[in-house]
Design a protein. Structure first.
Length: 275
């Protein structure tokens, strides 16, 4: 991989296994969109970004070196060797095939509070509606920044009422959002401390939040805390596991379970696997 800093743009070339569209359109995050010129734009960690990919060249527009290294480099998991991960799981023919479809997916390292809140919103929901609720959350309770609005802090949401949250039109999820915000703001859910605990302990702690089950907890761990061994399972993924692997992933691949989950999802979606 080569990185160049030219005219306030950051340009990546010769980076392997990184496809913007696959990464930003696979259900990990809900604040990204693409325009008619194939330019993606979104907001993370209070920063607005536009980026575009042409073959193996990715341009991060209007981004200085410090911001790129502080935010976008870890956010897009740029320094992880996904080529090596794919090699390590390819002893299994099914995983090798799945990875060949989703080869460019990288696990986003999002703000843990935003990831938790977003996947609480995602429950029994579709992508367009999730994006709409998240956008209303940001517009109404976030701070205005260049390009849009930041994601509101847990502290800000914790001081609201269920009546205040009616503007989100999120239905039953509002009470879950509020309980999560109160627990995070009070320190009952402390992401720094959870980072020192095992995946099982972290999952159990997150599940003390009203309305948070194993799947949402695993999504929060995978996409917000970088726990690659977390494997979010919904009905659809469970069926895919049954069809492709007889119910469980090969044990030797468990350390990459979260990445594999994305490969399976993308593979099944692209091939219209009958599950």
């Amino acid at each position: 991989m080569n990185i160049k800093y030219i005219n306030n743009n950051v340009i990546l070339t010769d980076i392997k296994n990184f496809n913007i569209a696959q990464t930003l359109d696979c259900g990990q995050a809900f604040r990204w969109s693409k325009d008619d010129n194939d330019i993606w734009q979104g907001i993370a960690f209070g920063q607005f970004l536009k980026l575009k990919q042409t073959d193996d060249c990715i341009t991060f527009f209007n981004t200085d070196e410090m911001t790129f290294n502080r935010i976008w480099r870890p956010y897009f998991d740029i320094d992880r060797d996904y080529t090596d991960i794919i090699k390590n799981i390819s002893h299994n023919d099914t995983l090798k095939t799945a990875a060949s479809y989703g080869y460019g997916i990288r696990i986003l390292r999002q703000d843990p509070w935003e990831a938790l809140c977003s996947f609480i919103i995602s429950q029994n929901n579709n992508i367009p509606r999730i994006k709409g609720i998240v956008e209303r959350l940001c517009v109404n309770f976030g701070n205005e920044i260049k390009g849009g609005y930041s994601f509101p802090t847990a502290q800000k949401i914790s001081n609201l009422s269920l009546d205040d949250l009616q503007v989100l039109r999120s239905g039953f999820r509002a009470k879950y959002i509020l309980d999560a915000a109160k627990k995070v703001a009070s320190g009952e859910i402390d992401f720094a401390k959870l980072n020192k605990k095992s995946t099982d302990e972290t999952r159990n702690q997150l599940m003390t939040i009203y309305g948070v089950g194993a799947k949402v907890a695993d999504c929060a761990m995978l996409y917000g805390m970088g726990r690659l061994d977390a494997f979010p399972k919904d009905v659809w993924i469970r069926r895919a596991l049954d069809v492709l692997f007889g119910g469980e992933l090969p044990e030797s691949t468990s350390q990459y379970a979260g990445i594999i989950q994305q490969y399976i999802f993308f593979y099944a979606r692209e091939t219209k696997l009958n599950i």
